[in-house]
Ligand binder design. Structure first.
Ligand code: ADP
Ligand code: MG
Length: 690
């Protein structure tokens, strides 16, 4: 049992009484009062902030969460006239859910419908219109926008929020915006940007938690910093007395302990990923059946990045009266977003981290300890609205052993996608590019070589036309973009769009612990002997046909209900499939915009598999005498992942989508191919044996 000792003194135990359901006008009044009470609204800070922005082209705003930076500063800038003449203030977030919920909140504060003055844009979902002035978006979205409008001429101010998270897109933006700012001030007023707009100087604001802010000031040559104090209520911190062998079990016990012993207030639990969250969700429900009836008032809700947005939004709604929300989250809920009602935090102390090894072309997905900064952020979530408690499922001495902060993503990810974007932005000298933290030379060289082999770059490393341009324009990993471009030639674009959509989501099948055999049998009719890609294709198609037969159902809610039932009956993860259907629609729109005609190969699956081989030739593996596989590109010895439909049949040669090290080196999402196809379809890489 994760029982803790009290570590911090309790200074303020007063709780805010629950307010009754507010009518529209009292809600407005409440919002106005709330805004006035934020630290950023006190002591003439608005005037001082605006003055600092006016005087400095680059401003670093440092502060802890809860002061009102993200929601208020853009509104201050609007009021100070930064959005005149159709100009916009753009605010980037590392995560799409943050862009979405914050834009909603700010629209509400401004009392306007979302998508007008205030909107958000994230990959596959854009709510902005020509009247949008405050635009919240992901950092990746802004980077993509720069491909169309190099000078980002519609923006008067760009705010890079949560810069300390150091996502790869944030890092690239930090460098790119430095360049854009210089170019805009050099040509200011002389040239015209996108669509003939006059180019005015660009103001740049970087917002960061205090721990890591120094690095930004230094990077921008001693830029001015502005400190805003946070608003944080007291949080009691608890640690376990002993290390826990099973944090999932410990988390579960802690949830029920809080539920039975603590006053009202919702619980936020930090776990590592979708499968774990879904299993805890079920365990909570199971355990809950054994409680006395009047105590069965727990409402488990999941939030993780691959969950469709509408479902992510459920955690933000208040729990029904008398119920306690238990939000089961990945590190997605660590910063930027505010989940109303949270008073208790349970921190597993771990996070799933992806690391890419460019030499082996291999990703490692490991559950690793969080950093100190992350653990502190996590406990801070309990003190956003009032006094709270945070339970860490490890002893205090282990906290002190944690790393201070997390390594920037650019140092540990596959760079081919961002390098392709930089090339498309006309930045040719990648090795000399002014990154805040330079990726290793070998990682850059490897990514350039990969892009060249995929046909995105010419022999002298320039963007290839049109393939490289098209690949840069699609919001996908280069290898998926290549697959779509080739599928257009192989006449199987329809099938490849479905494939890419299905590969973009996690866990298509759902494996309940008690019904494993039943799940396997029921799934058999989807399974293709050719591999996982074709299996996914038939899952997608069968659902499509099923829904087509019930086309008469007009209401979206009904359709969703039918879909959920179908998924449940077939042991398919309905969240994942819904997400895949959304992605399909979006990328279909993208390729149609590029002038592609979406045709299907019907039953000619040979062409489809050949197209997969032509696209994924860098990810091919051949069976060895001992039944293991050798990845042809890196020479790594790998195993077929047990969840692949080819796990037992072990064909001679396969292409794969993932090469990942967990307990072993696994390849997953496979299709059987003829080894001779490699030399035929990728002759620039594979020689025919003489
Ligand atoms: P910061 O960026 O400084 O961390 P924010 O501007 O995001 O702060 O939020 C300030 C305060 O506004 C939060 O502490 C919370 O009380 C309130 N708030 C922000 N977003 C929401 C939301 N979606 N729903 C309810 N309250 C919110
Ligand atoms: Mg913020």
């Amino acid at each position: 049992m994760a029982q803790g000792e009290l570590k911090s003194s309790v200074l303020n135990r007063k709780r805010n009484p629950k307010s009754p359901v507010a009518s529209r006008s009292s809600k407005k009044q409440k919002i106005a009062e709330h805004r006035k009470s934020l630290p950023i609204a006190s002591g003439a800070k608005e005037e001082r902030l605006i003055e600092a922005v006016q005087k400095n082209d680059i401003l670093i705003i440092v502060g802890e969460t809860g002061s009102g930076k993200t929601t208020q500063l853009p509104q201050f800038l609007f009021n100070a006239g930064f959005c005149r003449e159709g100009k916009m203030v753009g605010i980037t977030q590392p995560r799409r859910i943050a862009a979405l919920t914050i834009a909603k909140r700010v629209a509400e504060e401004c009392d306007v419908p979302l998508g007008q003055k205030v909107g958000y844009s994230v990959r596959f979902d854009d709510t902005t219109s020509s009247s949008t002035r405050l635009k919240y978006m992901t950092d990746g979205f802004l980077l993509r926008e720069a491909l169309v409008d190099r000078l980002l001429s519609r923006y008067s101010v760009i705010i890079i929020d949560e810069a300390h998270e150091r996502t790869v897109h944030t890092d690239v933006l930090l460098a790119l915006l430095k360049k854009v700012q210089r170019e805009r001030s050099e040509i200011g007023g002389v040239l015209r940007g996108c669509q003939g707009r006059k180019v005015s100087p660009l103001k740049l604001i970087i917002m960061s938690a205090s721990l890591d802010a120094r690095v930004f000031c230094d990077y921008y040559g001693g830029a001015k910093d502005f400190h805003v104090e946070g608003r944080q209520f007291d949080v009691d911190i608890f640690y376990t007395v002993h290390p826990q062998t099973d944090y999932v079990d410990a988390a579960l016990n802690t949830i029920f302990q809080i539920h039975s012993e603590e006053e009202e207030g919702d619980i936020l639990v930090f776990l590592t990923g979708q499968e774990e969250i879904e299993s805890v969700e079920r365990l909570v429900q199971e355990k809950f059946q054994h409680l006395p009836e009047d105590e069965r008032k727990l409402l488990p809700l999941a939030i993780f990045s691959s969950l469709p947005s509408e479902q992510q939004m459920r955690v933000f709604a208040p729990a029904p009266i008398g119920f306690r929300k238990v939000v089961l989250a990945t590190n997605i809920a660590e910063t930027s977003i505010t989940i109303p009602g949270i008073r208790y935090v349970v921190d597993s102390g771990v996070v799933k981290a992806r690391t890419y090894d460019p030499n082996k072309g291999m990703e490692t997905l490991d559950v690793v300890p969080v950093s100190k900064a992350q653990a502190i952020q996590r406990s801070g979530r309990a003190g956003r609205e009032g006094y709270g408690k945070s339970f860490h499922l490890y002893p205090e001495r282990d906290f002190w052993k944690l790393e201070d902060s997390t390594k920037p993503e650019i140092k540990r990810c596959n760079l081919s996608n961002v390098i392709l974007q930089l090339k498309a932005l006309g930045i040719d000298d990648i090795l000399g590019f002014d990154f805040i933290d330079k990726p290793s030379r070998s990682a850059i060289v490897k990514a350039l070589a990969e892009l060249h082999l995929l046909g995105a770059l010419t022999d002298d490393c320039k963007l290839a036309k049109p393939a490289g341009e098209q690949m840069a324009r699609l919001p996908l990993e280069p290898v998926y973009s290549r697959a779509l471009i080739l599928a257009n030639q192989f006449n199987c674009l329809e099938e490849m769009l479905i494939t890419v959509a299905m590969l973009s989501v996690e866990s298509i099948f759902y494996d309940p612990r008690q019904k494993r055999e039943e799940a396997r049998t029921s799934r058999n009719h989807f399974v293709s002997v050719e591999g996982d890609h074709l299996t996914y294709l038939s899952v997608y198609r069968e659902l499509d046909e099923f829904l087509e037969e019930r086309k008469a159902e007009k209401s979206e809610a009904k359709v969703e209900k039918i879909m959920r039932k179908w998924c449940k009956d077939n042991f398919v993860n309905s969240r994942s499939l819904k997400h895949a259907r959304d992605i399909y629609r979006q990328i279909r729109g993208n390729v149609e915009q590029m002038g592609f005609n979406v045709s299907s190969c019907g039953n000619d699956m040979l062409e489809y598999r050949r197209c997969l081989a032509a696209s994924f030739f860098l990810k091919a593996a051949q069976r060895q005498m001992d039944g293991t596989y050798r990845a042809l590109e890196s020479g790594e010895i790998v195993h077929i992942h047990p969840s692949s439909v080819l796990f037992r049949s072990k064909p001679e040669c396969v292409i794969f989508d993932e090469l990942m090290q967990t307990s072993q080196k696994y390849i997953n999402n496979l299709t059987r191919i003829d080894p001779l196809w490699l030399a035929e379809l990728a002759p620039h890489h594979y020689k025919t044996e003489e």
